[in-house]
Design a protein around this ligand. Sequence first.
Ligand SMILES: Nc1ncnc2c1ncn2[C@@H]1O[C@H](COP(=O)(O)OP(=O)(O)OP(=O)(O)O)[C@@H](O)[C@H]1O
Ligand SMILES: [Mg+2]
Length: 254
Amino acid sequence: MSEHTVVPQPASPPSAGSPATDGQEPLVKTTNLVKIYEDKDQVPVKALNGVDFQVAPGEFTAIAGPSGSGKTTLLNLIGGLDKPTSGTVVVAGQDLGALSRNALATFRLHNLGFIFQAYNLIPVLTAEENAEFNLLLQGVPPKERHERVLQEFEDLGISSELIHRRPNKLSGGQQQRVAVARALVSRPKLILADEPTANLDSKTGARLLDKMRDLNERTGITFLFSTHDPMVMERARRLVILRDGLITEDEVRG
Ligand SMILES: Nc1ncnc2c1ncn2[C@@H]1O[C@H](COP(=O)(O)OP(=O)(O)OP(=O)(O)O)[C@@H](O)[C@H]1O
Ligand SMILES: [Mg+2]
């Protein structure tokens, strides 16, 4: 090779932290995302340190990392549940920082589903009423709500005997599946889940994860979840590690 040979270079090398989004419009894009909280003595606590993170449509991605590394903070900012100190969050092409409070609530209702560690089912509502809640807010008529919720319950293996029970009459695994049904039934673009298996035994957790992955493959709904659970990490197709408010590893699997 002479010194004049031009070695072809990639037009733009893939940016660190986004191996799964090459060539695709990302569904989620955070740019230099910083979140500083204040503790009770008004001492600033830096939860996110300038996170550049992208998620492509259809991903099934886990965020892991030590306690306090910023996982919940990152999910909350991507879900528009909290505001960053600086930096931007764009979801489905929409800059969340540009939306008013009301517009953000509407955006969440039509684009996002949430599954939390402690289920957050409404105690006075039955399983079915909990699961149809977003559809109700979206103005979907009762018959269609009922049919869609029943279908979702069937897909998730929730027995029809359970639909009229309140959460305190359901096991942890059943409650968590109702929470998944509630997130899925309105067919959001993105489901955000903060430690969805944290309160489940490992077998129930594994089954839930398999269901979620199955739904991801069948419907193309994008899943982004935080976890401490090695069993969950194992089932993710992309594993992102946060440390001290920064992404330190980002691995795409099969
Ligand atoms: N509302 C808050 N006020 C003050 N500090 C906060 C608040 N929420 C989070 N923090 C701090 O921000 C940092 C990141 O917290 P975060 O909850 O995002 O971590 P995490 O990775 O989800 O942890 P865990 O695995 O324990 O759930 C921690 O130092 C935490 O103490
Ligand atoms: Mg957390």
